[in-house]
Design a protein around this ligand. Structure first.
Ligand code: SF4
Length: 86
């Protein structure tokens, strides 16, 4: 069975409005190929916990375990801190 199909079955379906790349459960691993080239691969944290590590296609349609990614809090600039306007 395709890996994403496993997640659709587990979660109860596809969240067709989103893709895995928008999900907070996806992460990027940086490794090296056997020729020493730098390589980045995506993985689903939930799938990894359930079945073990697997390469993930970030363009797949999200499953129902989709979770919004946490946004980093916006850092205030010095100009905003001293009350300036631009
Ligand atoms: S939507 Fe999130 S939890 Fe579901 S398969 Fe994609 S990355 Fe994993």
């Amino acid at each position: 069975m395709r890996r994403i199909s496993e997640m659709y079955e587990r979660s109860g379906g596809c969240d067709y409005k989103h893709t895995c790349e928008e999900c907070g459960h996806i992460y990027i691993e940086t490794g090296k190929t056997r020729w020493g080239h730098r390589q980045q691969e995506a993985s689903c944290r939930l799938y990894t916990q359930l079945y073990g590590p697997a390469v993930w296609n970030p363009k797949w349609g999200a499953c129902k375990f989709f979770r919004e990614q946490q946004q980093e809090p916006k850092q205030m600039s010095l100009w905003e801190f001293i009350g300036g306007t631009d």
